[in-house]
Design a protein around this ligand. Sequence first.
Ligand SMILES: *Cc1c(COP(=O)(O)O)cnc(C)c1O
Ligand SMILES: [Zn+2]
Length: 474
Amino acid sequence: MLQTKPSHRKTEGIALQKCISPSCGATYEAESVRTSCDRCGDLVDVVYDWDRGTVPTKLKDFEQFWTQRHDRLRFSGVWRFKELLPFAPDDKIVTVGEGQTLLQQAESVAQYVGMNAGQLYLQYEGMNPSGSFKDNGMCAAFTHAHMMGAKRAACASTGNTSASLAMYCAVSQLMKAVIFVGSGKIAYGKLSQALEYGALTVQIAGDFDDAMIRVKQVSDELGIYLVNSVNPFRLEGQKTIMFRVLEALQWEVPDWIVVPGGNLGNSSAFGKAFTELKELGLIDRIPRLAVINASGADTLYELYERRGVRWNGGNVDMDPIRAFYDEMDRDGAKADTIASAIEINRPVNLKKCLRALEACDGVVRQVSDQEILDAKAKVGAGGIGCEPASAASVAGAKMLRREGVIAPSDRVVCILTGHQLKDPTATVAYHTTDQAVFNDVLGSRGVQRASFANRAVALPNDLEEIIKAIRLYS
Ligand SMILES: *Cc1c(COP(=O)(O)O)cnc(C)c1O
Ligand SMILES: [Zn+2]
């Protein structure tokens, strides 16, 4: 049901895996499982020999597939761009119809950010089947796992990766999901998905960074297919978020893409998407990229903006990175933010993100939990709910607007990475009238006020009182 009928067009030979370090550049078959370069240990990319592919000569040509929505691969918001990620034969591709997402103009949010009318867009990835953008990448990694004949797939997760993996396993019945989460670190919406979809759920006494180390060891030892975003195929699927943004803008390139930064898979994938489109002559200009950290998990901000670490054509100076990681170890620093999806201090895709920042003339900012929650309330009041991490993009855009880095007339796309229902605890605590609940969930993180709270009105069960209150408040 999930797979389409075998096609005669084979893609073998077009895709390779390649070390991202230009001084190494080792290549490997696409049909091999790796999360790093055997020779130098750096990250690997999926690269293509485009000439032998069947890439459309202009982006508008993709519109012809809109009439083929009965074909599951053309219905999918990821695979309808499969010519731009041609690593899998059609008969191995797995899809659950991911990527039916919206680019929404949001006037109330535009005003809040300080943009001219019509210039702020929200790319709502919460519309994905498991409720976050992770499905874009998971269908690609899962497809590769299926190509490799994997029977088990694992990830460490702050919640959404595990929800997505568990969903693909459950719907396809092709693999068993093994997920590692930090204890007490996962929002209930996400945990409930993993449990209900039947994933083997391992709670490590530690945080995400600890779980990440363990899942790598366990996957190596037991030969389990790893789907964390060190998996280069994940990023191939996530490129399509940008293709859909362009599609919604009738193939016009916006001025800015603003995205929250956790493990930095999305930002890395976006940079790769635009670099490839430019190489292929499908766009003539690359938008600027803003990656937004939470101030309680601000490794990228610290390294890029404060310590001046750059991709530098592939010669990344590792000394300041090692020094900063040593400092964090010495101080026992742990990531801490209400935006649990970006509560990560050692982003696995750091180098790829540095490369994306270079390609996209990027900037990095950090925003407080207060700014994140206020932005989230504004996004929600505009009718598109998101989880805290997602709102970092809007809070970051507001900061960049205030600084004058983003002009009011720029065309800005903020990525809303996950659905509001993923983390109801944060939302309810923000709007609550119960100070103890507020303090427990948010006050403990330095959040002082709920600037845009919509508080419930408590009333006695009395018709007159109720009518009086409704007259007063509405
Ligand atoms: C995973 C996730 C992020 C972080 O994305 P990276 O690609 O790891 O930087 C942000 N928001 C949500 C909702 C997520 O699930
Ligand atoms: Zn290498």
